[in-house]
Design a protein around this ligand. Structure first.
Ligand code: ARG
Length: 473
């Protein structure tokens, strides 16, 4: 392909119509509507402009267009950016999509030179570039939000090392815990989310620009130049893959789904804890709502909504997987359907992270006296009695059976283990001594679980210091 910079741009007044002259009649209006993505892809406009600026600079850099033309394109594109930011750029459905909308406006601003922007490019590599630029930025923002929630949880955990809370398995009282340990479990989940998004970022951050419609281009483009301009870490090696790969979107939605799983589990805890039955937390007025009919009610709408919105993100993941599974190479219009899934996935996760952070920061309070009485009023120290005997040489299974027996008789007598007399203990087994009482206090029960990663206070303090360090690294 010969490049002729001297060739003046024609000065005809022919408008940029979407399709070449091969088309004789316009689209049916309903089909135009059906086909258009402008209704949702304006979300990409800033990235589209940024990508086009890089492309225009590359065209000039490689001599495909002149330096002057390159400058005209860039300044026209920046003008569109300003117009958009000022709320003055509102293309209608006739633009079909954000890419055409920008190109048309550019031609209005810069004249015929605007029609050179699309040289050596297709909307296929263009939209792939835009989507990656968008997602890259969103991932960075989401990671920051994860850090904020982690910080709030960590601060709270540090204040509650010695606050005890019943621990559950099967939602049955199991063993008491340091509240900090419980909160740190969520901190760890969010830490994995943060790491996972960092790993996915690497695969989002690859440039498809220059792959053309599917097969590359006849022009002597410089793909590394545009990749560098756009701060991509690399470029797609295969043009067919470059224009049709949406793995990065699926990976993102999978990571987003896991974030939602974690937020939803945390939500479920808050909802339970705020109930009369648990009574472990009080929701403050700034984060709860009332009922329109029952004046006594205070509802945990925030965690309920987070739990509810989880389904949409899972749905988008499923939608994207199904979207991709039957597509032959390369670009197919089906791919236009990736956008709403990604945009809504991003918005949902971000809104949930924000609400959850506010809720933990200022919307709830632990009822510490209620928690303290909860952990003394059950049999969650039964394992410790068995451990006590086992430490004195009684085989654990034998000790376990003995304690089961004493739990049964205590329950029948309406007593707790701490209420048994030393004689009663010794009738059960002669190895019991006065120190059994200390061994079964909730504080001792927690402190004793000093194995690595356990709820023992020493371990928890270590874990908190560790989390603090990981947060700042
Ligand atoms: N609006 C389209 C999309 O979102 C842009 C790419 C169109 N490409 C094409 N060959 N029709 O995917």
């Amino acid at each position: 392909m010969a490049i002729n910079n001297q060739q003046p741009t024609t000065n005809n007044q022919q408008q940029i119509t979407t399709w070449s002259q091969r088309f004789e009649s316009a689209l049916h209006p309903a089909i135009a509507n059906f086909n258009a993505s402008i209704g949702f892809d304006m979300e990409l406009i800033e990235y589209d402009i940024t990508g086009s600026v890089a492309h225009a600079k590359m065209l000039a850099h490689t001599g495909i267009i002149s330096e002057l033309e390159g400058e005209q394109l860039v300044s026209g594109l920046e003008q569109i950016r300003s117009e958009y930011r000022e709320g003055k750029f509102n293309p209608g459905i006739e633009a079909e999509d954000v890419h055409f909308a920008v190109e048309r406006r550019l031609t209005e601003i810069a004249g015929d030179v605007g029609k050179k922007l699309h040289t050596a490019r297709s909307r296929n590599d263009q939209v792939g570039t835009d989507t990656r630029l968008y997602l890259r930025e969103q991932i960075t923002q989401i990671r920051t939000q994860l850090r904020e929630l982690q910080t709030v949880l960590l601060n709270l955990a540090e204040a509650h090392v010695e606050t005890l809370i019943p621990g559950y398995t099967h939602l049955q009282r199991a063993q008491p815990l340091s509240l900090a340990h419980h909160l740190l479990a969520y901190w760890e989940m969010l830490q994995r989310d943060w790491e996972r998004l960092g790993e996915i970022y690497r695969r989002v951050n690859i440039s498809p620009l220059g792959c053309g419609a599917l097969a590359g281009t006849t022009f002597p483009i410089d793909r590394h130049y545009t990749a560098k301009e756009l701060h991509f870490a690399g470029i797609y090696a295969n043009s067919l893959d470059g224009v049709s790969d949406r793995d990065f979107g699926i990976e993102f939605l999978a990571a987003a789904s896991l974030i939602m799983v974690h937020l939803s589990r945390l939500s479920e805890e808050i909802i339970l804890w705020a109930s009369e039955e648990f009574g472990f937390v009080i929701l403050k007025d700034n984060c709860s709502t009332g009922s329109s009919i029952m004046p006594q009610k205070k509802n945990p709408d925030v965690p309920e909504l987070v739990r509810g919105k989880t389904g949409r993100v899972f749905g988008h993941l499923q939608g994207m997987l199904v979207l991709m599974k039957g597509l032959p190479l390369a670009y197919n219009k089906d791919l236009q359907e990736d956008k709403e899934a990604l945009f809504d996935g991003v918005k949902t996760v971000r809104a949930c992270l924000e609400a959850m952070t506010i809720l933990w920061q200022e919307g709830l309070e632990f009822r510490t006296t209620r928690l303290a009485s909860a952990v003394t009023a059950d049999f969650s120290n039964a394992t410790d009695v068995a451990d006590y005997l086992a430490a004195k040489g009684v085989p654990f299974r034998e000790a376990y059976n003995l304690v089961g027996k004493v739990v049964k008789t205590s329950l029948a007598a309406g007593k707790l283990l701490k209420d048994l007399t030393l004689r009663e203990w010794q009738e059960l087994h002669p190895a019991f001594a006065e120190d059994i009482y200390e061994a079964i206090t909730p504080t001792q029960v927690v402190a004793a679980r000093n194995s690595y990663g356990g709820t023992g206070f020493e371990q928890v303090r270590q874990a908190l210091a560790d989390a603090r360090k990981r947060l700042s690294s």
